[in-house]
Design a protein around this ligand. Sequence first.
Ligand SMILES: [Cu+2]
Length: 384
Amino acid sequence: MSEAETVASDTETTDAPQDAVVTSSRPRRDPVGWTMWSIAALLGIGALLMASIALGRSNNGTSAGATGTGGAVATTTPAASADATIDFNAKPGAEWKPYDPTLQPAPGGTEHKIEMHAIEKVIEVAPGVTQEMWTFNGIVPGTTLRGKVGDLFTITLINDGKIEHSIDFHASKVAWNVEMRSIKPGESLVYQFKAKFAGAFMYHCGTAPALHHIGNGMYGAIIIDPPVLAPVDHEYLLVQSELYTGPEGKPADLTKMMAQQADAVVFNGYVSQYKFSPIRVEPNERVRVWVVDAGPSENSSFHIVGTIFDTVFKEGSYALQPDARQGGSQALDLQPAQGGFVEFTFDAAGLYPIVTHKFANVGKGALGLFQAGEVATTATVAGH
Ligand SMILES: [Cu+2]
């Protein structure tokens, strides 16, 4: 496919579903079809590279597990080639609903009694691709928990699944062999802890191999608010993770996880989710985005094109706040199992891509959009 043909076919995607804006019922024109190209232009990546990323997906999907040389490779090749292949140019169907990125405030009170169900469930992870995810409460990421320092959390974990599972809250100080023990299908346990420290914590299933359970969807976020949290107009949560596809409708591929050969890198469990369903805010509104890197193995350089973070909170501490230092931050760097938040505004109406600036992963689905105000699609397309 020539560059011109590729661009032409990409512009056809501007007729994507128009009803998917997350935070607003206002009608909008779908601006996303050209996004990969506009980001490429913005960041100085050539169209040929983007085309090769797009075209290279199928190669990636079939070659995973078949790297290197030697006799062992041949035995893994047939299984790997059966893995579901993600088409990064495909669009979700009309029934698709995005994972709501809105972070609700902590519920009142100082005690939180929560039921968590470990359950395997077939979930769409990319347009036309489903996997049997291992989940907390049937969603990936699992249900978000939130409280403040000093709160008491009493979680009942119920295993409604087919295999053993467990839970490990990074916001807790408890014995691994007690609260984090694995339970069989039909069993339950009570995991209680007092939140002693503020942060954007990960929780996950720790049943061996933990790599497989985290890599197949058993993760989520527990937010413990710091005592000082400035008022904002919107709060969102984005959890970055990888996908290592197994066959269609089946669990993810542990071999690819061990080789760190991710098929996709995603925010909130779905390829390019908020490209398909931009997060709607208004210019000059203050926005706080909490970010947790669930991994299992990839880091994040969380960046929003077109703005600068004036506040950064990472791993329990403010790295930056608006003050006489007049500092600005361009990216929040997180390793797996780290979290924090950034605060910012958008100065003008328009589209603002959400990425990890580890840019190989943008072409693999670590891409979203903020839409600030009304956007004239034709004008923005012409601009690129
Ligand atoms: Cu598990």
